[in-house]
Ligand binder design. Sequence first.
Ligand SMILES: CC(C)(COP(=O)(O)OP(=O)(O)OC[C@H]1O[C@@H](n2cnc3c(N)ncnc32)[C@H](O)[C@@H]1OP(=O)(O)O)[C@@H](O)C(=O)NCCC(=O)NCCS
Length: 181
Amino acid sequence: MGETSQSMIDDKNCETSNAPSSRCKAYQLGQASRLRHVAFRKMTEDDAPALVAIERKCFDKHDAWRRSYFISAAMDWQSEYLVAEVDGKIVGCAGAEINSDAAEIQTISVDPDYHGQGIGTQLFAKLLAAIRERGATLVYLEVRPSNTPAIELYEKFGFSGGAQIENFYRNEDALIMFKAL
Ligand SMILES: CC(C)(COP(=O)(O)OP(=O)(O)OC[C@H]1O[C@@H](n2cnc3c(N)ncnc32)[C@H](O)[C@@H]1OP(=O)(O)O)[C@@H](O)C(=O)NCCC(=O)NCCS
């Protein structure tokens, strides 16, 4: 994967759907305001403040990552972290730590103002591609069993649920999900 890539959120493109053309047109009109140019690039230390702001919008204060976590990840050669930008504004981040052939997804978050626009899907796809390029053959993550949007995103990419880790989070167990690359 290149350092930066540009793409358009158009994965529900009517040209590839079986929808009748009138429905298709209505769908396109409805979607028009949601089409945005999203740029993806590797995270740097300078991105930490913007990412902390997104964390605080997505998670409670116990789960939200602090600035130092992002700075450490940006400096760690075993880490692969990507950010998504809309009009130059950071709107999401996804990252993993790679230990030889296994990679642990450590975070994925999208600014709630930009949820449901396909940005999480694109970020996750690009992160998995980058992990694969770096030689990992297994990828896994921990997720709260109550986090339906995240679990559905992971299932969409072929992740399966495995064991649960008791009391992994302050007030909830964690579900381990994994996928062979
Ligand atoms: C999980 C998250 C990153 C998804 O980001 P997003 O940009 O909204 O995701 P997308 O628009 O690309 O949607 C991706 C998929 O997620 C799932 N999803 C998203 N929102 C959902 C919702 N409210 N309910 C159920 N599933 C949902 C769907 O499977 C969706 O695919 P579909 O559109 O084909 O149905 C986002 O909800 C988020 O930042 N959550 C808070 C942080 C978090 O919990 N991170 C995971 C920690 S383990």
